[in-house]
Design a protein around this ligand. Structure first.
Ligand code: 1AE
Length: 411
């Protein structure tokens, strides 16, 4: 590799029962860059050298008597950044465009150069900025998700918001399936919820960020984001995989989009779960989401209703906070099926820089959503106090009832 050039390295896991992995790797490095090499005349080779991809390493896993499907290699290729513009679509199409359809191959990681990363502002607020907005620095944050939103009108939505806010949550997010609709149109929805947030603050004394679902056709996203912010939205929820990383990057880099953005993982299951195909979760929901500028990244936890294995969860978290990336850190938000009885596990596994996020686990509390929020806050306090949930719940009714409803998971 030339020392004067910038490269992005891409690491793949390539499964093949028979292939010569060295040949395959060379085929990728050449095929995704200059197209062909050996047939080129010497003078053309000299000209094309700076555009040629290079095989960095091949780590083959070839057990003796390998069963069918077991043989694979982790291959790292360096792509000259001279070949593509400094945007995420160009990077992704270079490293995993046609290749993503060519056999059993999964993209594990991408490492662009510092120069490429310099084109991205990353999260505008990051973990610290979100904490500053809330004035909460000493505990995991608590997020609540609207549930039952389709077919509901503004008074219903307001009541639901108010109950969540009264429970002492820090963040409230729209459900990702709430789109523009006549019953709760964007600006009216935001105004209504912001007004309910103000009312709740009088009781709780707590600030809150409301992540409004940013929807609509791609070319209207900016306009809709500004409408929502103008109406008082203090955060935006964004279905990043439906729109693409570039749409998020454009929004996050826009000075007028002056609020934190939470990336929702809708559609992620089409990308990461297969060992043979797609894009690994730490890259998809961690590194790329952070480079594109999400302040928070939601993903299925290891414990709830939709699960992602724990090692993958921790690798997503690591990518969101990796100090090697010259960008602000993004909050990990392990989600789906979370209830208060899981809080000790979440904090044990993720530490304090985490957002505990729940929909059903708040709204399904026997005494309603406000009690549901309080049960979560009590669970977080219990962990901080070094107490077991069961002991802490003895004189805290909300937590006791939550434990009765969902139990406590210890491992
Ligand atoms: C992985 C995303 C989780 C999510 O968006 C959501 O709505 C979860 O709801 P609950 O907590 O499972 O009810």
């Amino acid at each position: 590799m030339s020392e004067n050039q910038a490269y992005t390295t891409a690491t793949y896991r390539l499964f093949d029962d028979k292939a010569d992995f060295a040949k395959k790797a060379e085929g990728i490095a050449v095929g995704l860059t200059v197209g062909s090499w050996t047939e080129l005349p010497e003078v053309a080779k000299q000209k094309m050298e700076k555009h040629l991809g290079k095989v960095v390493s091949i780590d083959a896993h070839e057990p003796v008597n390998a069963a069918p499907g077991e043989r694979y290699a982790d291959i790292t290729i360096a792509y000259p950044e001279l070949n593509f513009s400094r945007d995420l679509p160009a990077l992704l199409v270079t490293a995993f465009g046609k290749l993503s359809m060519d056999g059993r191959i999964k993209l594990l990681d991408l490492s662009p150069s510092a120069s490429f990363l310099g084109a991205f502002a990353g999260p505008k607020f990051g973990i610290e900025g979100v904490r500053e907005r809330l004035g909460v620095f000493d505990r995991p944050l608590l997020m609540s998700i609207f549930k039952s939103v389709i077919g509901y009108d503004l008074p219903n939505l307001r009541e639901q918001f108010l109950q969540q806010a009264l429970g002492g949550v820090d963040l409230i997010k729209d459900d990702e399936i709430l789109f523009e609709n006549p019953l709760t149109p964007l600006e009216r929805r935001v105004e209504t919820c912001v007004e309910a947030a103000r009312e709740a603050e009088k009781t709780t004394g707590q600030k809150l960020i409301y992540f409004t679902n940013l929807t609509g056709p791609t070319f209207k996203l900016r306009e809709n984001a500004l409408k929502a912010i103008g109406a008082g939205a203090s955060g935006l929820l964004f279905n990043v995989l439906a729109y693409g990383f570039d749409a998020l990057a454009e929004l996050a880099a826009d000075p007028a989009v002056s609020v934190p953005i939470a990336a929702h993982p809708a559609m992620a299951g089409a990308f990461y779960p297969s060992p043979h195909y797609g894009i690994a979760a730490p890259l998809l929901l961690g590194k790329l989401t952070r480079i594109a500028g999400a302040d928070l990244s939601l993903f299925p936890s290891p414990y709830g209703s939709v699960v992602m294995p724990k090692e993958e969860n921790l690798a997503v978290q690591a990518a969101l906070v990796d100090p090697a990336l010259p960008l602000k850190k993004a909050f990990p938000v392990p989600s789906a099926g979370i209830h208060p009885g899981l809080v000790p596990l979440i904090i044990r596994d993720f530490g304090g820089e985490v957002v505990v996020n729940a929909g059903g686990g708040v709204h399904g509390h026997p005494q309603g959503a406000a009690a549901g929020g309080r049960a979560f806050r009590q669970a977080i306090d219990a962990v901080a106090a070094g107490a077991s949930l069961e002991a802490y719940a003895a004189d805290r009714e909300e937590l006791r009832l939550a434990i009765e409803r969902w139990g406590v998971r210890h491992a």
